[in-house]
Design a protein around this ligand. Structure first.
Ligand code: SAH
Ligand code: SF4
Ligand code: F3S
Length: 474
């Protein structure tokens, strides 16, 4: 028998790409591909790219250069495919700019990978004739992508992403996603539940429902009627074995009352909500075409907090959007002060080809953007540190996910996605444990297990181990 072919997928960008990488791997496993440990070791390398900011998009070219040098040094020929959002946005450009690419495939065409690879193989070394597949096909790729095997699920651990919605119709003026992922499409409820049941059967305990605009979800239910995200979350939480549900990324405009009620009614829905706001200035929010003002954001936060008092928020921010004045930026700082975030991602505005904001007047200098991002990140870091410090002494449930750095340690996740280091045996991976938080550092918490699924008889471990720093009071 010949050696199985080896595949390596390197993903950049958001969770959608992480999920897609798994689906591509599962689909190619059916074609006899096994996973390689490193890119160098693979027969087929897929770069699963991100186009959201210029820096992210440029990465693909440096990666391609690196791969080419490695191939030349090793004197071997690998097949190179570029997938993801840069593939969709720049298609043929990639073949022109970078030698050595056999295949460019957009996110809506991953189910065609087996035939595209066979086609590229037939073309052999003739790389000039690289294949580009970036049409938005009529069929639904999810109907053709292979599900993971039980072994693949087990290997990926007790948490999983499930794409429930893809694409975006919001057209924020800075954003490429509506162009790279296409219009909003929601998967039917039954297909998502099938996938979640399969994951649960393989040992998954926590599912994160993902979509570029996940709370705009409106997939068909059994009767063909549209179901909202709240209803979907309820159904997913009922799947035996599933203990925790999250969803991301939400748009403030789509936080409807039903979804807010789900935060009140469903203990399995984790009290941590990523709700990107981008800016605190109404003038900039309008120029961004976010379709809401700061007042709506405050109201939404208040409503969700009333429904679930222990909830914490994270968000995304852009500084230096065209025309942003000192006053607009002060409004963003003010919004952050007023809401208080447990985590956040913040970015300097990056001009993206083809988006309306790219041609707006008053593009700001790198200097101004740098000053503002520095100030904003300092504030967000202080808020995160304060949130973490306030967890000291708290008791909450963590899901034990993987071994820690030192023997005898496991790492779990708190309801707020903080990493929590505890002392526990490997067999406890995949179980929920109640911990009391004993240590807080910038990267993680540590704690003592005081009970949980693995410790039903009350025999719990005590924690004091090397490498874990003492509490930092913020
Ligand atoms: N659908 C989500 C976010 C998708 S992109 C939403 O509506 O919020 C993830 C984040 O990247 C965005 O929230 C935004 O903060 C950032 N981002 C998107 N385009 C950007 C650009 N051109 N420059 C800088 N940051 C950008
Ligand atoms: Fe981009 Fe706006 Fe759509 Fe989010 S809502 S993906 S930021 S266009
Ligand atoms: Fe990037 Fe595409 Fe996700 S542009 S952020 S990989 S949807």
């Amino acid at each position: 028998m010949s050696e199985p072919r080896k595949l390596y997928v390197r993903s950049f960008g958001c969770q959608m790409n992480v999920y897609d990488a798994q689906r591509m791997t599962d689909t190619l496993a059916r074609e006899g591909f096994v996973e390689a440990e490193t890119a160098e070791d693979a027969d087929l390398v897929i770069l699963n790219t991100c186009h959201i900011r210029e820096k992210a998009a440029e990465k693909v070219y440096s990666e391609l250069g690196r791969l080419r040098v490695a191939q030349e040094e090793a004197g071997r020929r690998q097949m190179i495919a570029v997938a993801g959002c840069v593939a969709q946005a720049e298609g043929g450009e990639i073949l022109k700019r970078a030698r050595g690419v056999d295949l460019v495939v957009g996110p809506q065409s991953y189910h065609k990978l087996p035939e595209l690879i066979a086609d590229a193989e037939r073309r052999g070394g003739n790389r000039r004739a690289g294949i580009v597949e970036t049409e938005f096909p009529v069929e639904d790729k999810f109907d053709f992508l292979a599900p993971p095997t039980r072994a693949a699920i087990a290997k990926r651990g007790p948490t999983a992403f499930v794409t429930v919605q893809e694409g975006c119709d919001k057209f924020c003026t800075f954003c490429v996603v509506p162009y790279t992922r296409g219009t909003e499409v929601s998967r039917p409820v039954a297909k998502i539940l099938d996938e979640v049941m399969r994951l649960a059967d393989g040992g998954v305990r926590e599912v994160t429902l993902i979509g570029q605009n996940v709370n705009a979800y409106h997939g068909a239910d059994a009767g063909g009627r549209p179901s909202g995200l709240a209803e979907l979350v309820r159904r997913v939480a009922e799947v035996p074995g599933i203990a925790r549900v999250r969803y991301t990324t939400s748009h403030p405009r789509d936080m409807d009352d039903d979804l807010i009620a789900a935060h009140r009614d469903l203990p399995a829905l984790m009290p941590y909500l990523h709700l990107p706001v981008q800016s605190g200035s109404n003038r900039i929010l309008a120029a961004m075409n976010r379709k809401h003002d700061r007042e709506l954001f405050f109201e939404t936060v208040e409503k969700v907090r009333a429904a679930r008092p222990d909830i914490a928020f994270s968000s995304d921010f852009i500084v230096g959007f065209p025309g942003e004045t000192d006053e607009d930026f002060a409004d963003t700082m003010d919004l952050v002060e007023k809401v208080g975030f447990a985590g956040a991602f913040s970015f300097k505005y990056s001009s993206r080809p083809g988006t309306p904001a790219a041609t707006m007047d008053a593009q700001l200098s790198e200097d101004v953007k740098s000053q503002r991002i520095y100030a904003l990140q300092a504030l967000l870091d202080r808020q995160k540190a304060a949130f973490d410090a306030a967890c000291h002494g708290r008791r909450f449930e963590i899901l034990l996910e993987k071994p820690g750095r030192f023997p005898g340690q496991l790492i779990g996740r708190s309801p707020y996605l903080q990493s929590v280091v505890v002392e526990a045996p490997r067999e406890a991976i995949g179980t929920l444990a109640m911990v009391e938080v004993r240590g807080v550092s910038t990267k993680s918490l540590s704690g003592d297990i005081i009970g949980g699924e693995f410790y039903a008889d009350g025999a719990v471990g005590h924690t004091h181990f090397p490498g874990q720093s003492e509490t930092v009071e913020a």
